[in-house]
Design a protein around this ligand. Structure first.
Ligand SMILES: *Cc1c(COP(=O)(O)O)cnc(C)c1O
Length: 462
């Protein structure tokens, strides 16, 4: 970590390129054919047919030289691998929870935790549950409730911490249905709410309410480092603090965490569950062994654990975080200058275009976000992700209701694309905007009962 004075306007990538991957140039005609073949579901498109892949920042980042070197240190012992202890120490350096349980992804941690804590009649509040978290809670028969502050639903609000929990609503829910609540969650940053941060003050308030009610608070901490950077930049009194200090304070307000190591830990795969409670940890380990593996490797190889430990050391670098947050804001600022409505301020890992505002002629249940995502792909080969009524519009009873917002997420893989790639994305978005009035809505032809956005098939509405 350095103490760089920011003297120049240009915030450069704090790395140079060591190994390159080719991109395949494609034509609009080719992409239109591929979109139709994929039944307009961008998850079904072959990545070779994508030029700039902003579908997700999950596991798609570039590992560093030192992470690849760490891979060589991987020890593949079934039980008690030294790589587990390297991993555990790196996690506990930032999140000093007593038990650290590796899993193959974040959702495996969620499944295990809610298999223990969930079930029919239970209610789990969060600022906003991520889609896999909500699905894993609902799969057990429990109810997932989102209690983000009102500003979090307003794409135009410039509130600095739009990921905050509405503490009064949490207190009301605890008063009314406290007996049904096994735990409270906080997603940092709030991915489904636009990659928006949560303040230390809000975490502290939520923590106090949870402790008074005797409820464990669990962080869904996928983007903890980006959240800490926003705290340092935006929260009064935090600007002089070291990032790891801020992270440890965040961790201290909670009793455990679920984690996708494909996000801020800079891994291509991995996750973990960490808790303080001994009995809960034991129950979770028992479930882990059923489907993920022995508790010192979860679903991971020893080499993955080593790469994650190194990633955790790199992600707290201030040079990295300054570049990371600035490069996301660069895209958002450019789109807003072109008159493309975006959720502002820009999130940490992604820019969210407000498809409802850009495509007012498409009603929510004709999926304006899907329409925009398909157009970005067909016009420029840019793959994005709908976060709106496709993702959240279907309820467990099968009924359809519009989501709170119709967003298209341009997620930025870590350390992967250069500024000229992003300039190209900006130009593609400008062209899509010029033809926006002619874009069709979509209907769903076929869908699975849960997490339908991954596999549903679509057809344009003439
Ligand atoms: C990615 C993500 C998850 C799920 O993690 P996977 O590793 O994809 O299973 C959970 N919560 C949030 C906030 C996420 O961004």
């Amino acid at each position: 970590m350095t103490d760089t004075e920011v003297e120049f306007r240009t915030v450069i990538e704090p790395f140079r390129i060591h190994s390159v991957e080719p991109l395949r140039m494609t034509t609009p005609a080719h992409r239109r054919a591929k979109a139709a073949e994929a039944a307009y579901n961008l998850f079904q498109i072959h990545a070779d047919d994508v030029l700039i892949d902003l579908l997700t920042d999950s596991g798609t980042g570039a590992m560093s030289r030192d992470q690849w070197a760490a891979i060589q240190h991987g020890d593949e012992s079934y039980a008690g691998s030294p790589s587990y202890f390297v991993f555990k120490d790196a996690v506990q350096e930032l999140f000093p929870y007593a038990h650290v349980i590796p899993t193959h992804q974040g959702r495996a941690a969620e499944r295990i935790l809610f298999q223990v804590l969930g079930g029919p009649g239970k209610v789990v509040p969060s600022n906003t549950h991520f889609d896999t978290t909500r699905a894993n809670i609902e799969y057990t028969g429990a109810e997932a409730v989102d209690l983000v502050i009102d500003e979090g639903h307003d794409p135009a609000s410039l509130h600095p911490f739009k990921g905050n929990m509405d503490v009064a609503r949490l207190e009301a829910l605890l008063a009314e249905r406290g007996g049904e609540i096994p735990a409270v969650m906080m997603t940092i940053t709030n991915n489904s709410g636009g990659g928006q941060p949560v303040s230390l003050a809000n975490l502290r308030a939520v923590s106090q309410v949870c402790r008074a009610a005797g409820k464990p608070l669990i962080l869904d901490a996928c983007r903890f480092a980006e959240n800490a950077w926003f705290v340092k930049m935006r929260e009064p009194g935090q600007s002089e603090r070291a990032i790891p200090d801020i992270i440890r304070e965040m961790a201290g307000y909670a009793d455990g965490m679920t984690m996708s190591a494909k996000k801020d830990p800079m891994g291509n795969i991995g996750g973990w569950l960490a808790v303080n409670d001994d009995a809960l940890a034991q129950e979770c380990r028992n479930l882990l062994i059923l489907t993920e593996g022995f508790p010192t490797y979860g679903g991971l190889a020893g080499r993955d654990l080593e790469a994650l430990a190194q990633g955790l050391r790199e992600v707290v670098s201030e040079d990295y975080l300054r570049y990371r947050i600035r490069s996301t804001a660069y895209l958002a600022d450019a789109l807003v200058r072109l008159g493309i409505p975006c959720l502002m301020p820009a999130g940490g890992h992604a820019v969210y275009i407000d498809a409802k505002a850009l495509l007012p002629h498409i009603p929510p249940l004709h999926f304006p976000g899907q329409a925009l995502a398909v157009a970005l792909y067909e016009v420029g080969g840019v793959r994005s992700c709908e976060i709106g009524s496709v993702m959240f519009g279907r309820h467990p009873d099968g009924s359809q209701q519009p989501a709170a917002m119709e967003l298209v997420r341009l997620a930025i893989p870590r350390r992967t694309y250069t500024q000229s790639h992003i300039d190209y994305v900006i130009e593609v978005a400008e062209r899509v905007k010029a033809g926006a009035a002619d874009l069709p809505g979509y209907r769903i032809v076929d869908e699975p009962p849960a997490l339908r956005h991954f596999t549903a098939t679509f057809a344009p509405i003439a």
